[in-house]
Design a protein around this ligand. Structure first.
Ligand SMILES: Cc1cc2nc3c(=O)[nH]c(=O)nc-3n(C[C@H](O)[C@H](O)[C@H](O)COP(=O)(O)O)c2cc1C
Length: 206
């Protein structure tokens, strides 16, 4: 399946980035081997040293791009300190890239609760058992913590840990890139001075 079979029309003619992103994500759901929603998340620490790792995109709309994590993890601490992030999707099967950046908000408690409830029971226990990004003395220590929380929450609903929630990147720029022959790729960037503003579109040299 090629990108041209999936999306009709010239994407560079689009004037609204969220609907274009939705179309490309749907295309990726059809063509990627796994995790079409996997995305590299870049943060910076308070000294300006960058950091990057993969996360799973769990929602997007005109408010922004949402993922969930442990707020006491390295990324959690960096995001709480700087409130800035960037993301980069690469769909190899489609030869497409989308990058975006902007300020970061915390999702509402209701939104986080709803998503937490939708996770498999084992993942909800895992959120309690993992002190993400802190040293772990042995695999056994993790398994012991899982066993303890499994017993503690054997009956009834598993509450969402206070430290486990979602971040929303509110993009001030979103760039779409599509492979073309001889590295003469198509690139368009949407940008706005502030999250409340309207989008401006620029075609860029590849
Ligand atoms: C495909 C993929 C998806 C992942 N999704 C998430 C996620 O949604 N949330 C998360 O906290 N970690 C996720 N991880 C693990 C992170 O990449 C990372 O190892 C972990 O969150 C700790 O990062 P930190 O120390 O920078 O906080 C994922 C890893 C991979 C490879």
């Amino acid at each position: 399946m090629t990108a041209n079979e999936l999306t009709s029309g010239d994407f560079t003619e689009t004037n609204e980035p969220f609907s274009l992103f939705g179309t490309w994500l749907k295309d990726a759901e059809k063509s990627e081997l796994n995790d079409p929603n996997a995305v590299a998340l870049a943060t910076v620490d308070p000294d300006g040293m960058p950091n990057v790792r993969m996360v799973l995109l769990k929602g997007f709309d005109e408010r922004g791009f949402v993922f969930y994590t442990n707020f006491e993890s390295r990324k959690g601490c960096e995001l709480l300190a700087t409130r800035k992030a960037a993301m980069c999707f690469h769909w190899k099967s489609l030869r497409r890239q989308v990058r975006l950046r902007g300020p970061v908000e915390i999702v509402s408690k209701e939104e986080a609760d709803e998503y937490f409830r939708s996770r498999p029971r084992g993942s909800r226990i895992g959120a309690w058992a993992s002190k993400q990004s802190r040293p772990l003395e042995s695999r056994f220590a993790l398994e012991k913590a899982v066993a303890e929380y499994t017993t503690r929450y054997a009956i009834g609903e598993i509450p969402r840990p206070e430290y486990w929630s979602g971040f929303r990147i509110v993009p001030t720029s979103i760039e779409f890139w599509h492979d073309r022959p001889f590295r003469l790729h198509d690139r368009i960037e949407f940008h706005r001075p502030a999250p409340e503003g309207g989008w401006m579109k620029v075609r860029m040299y590849p």
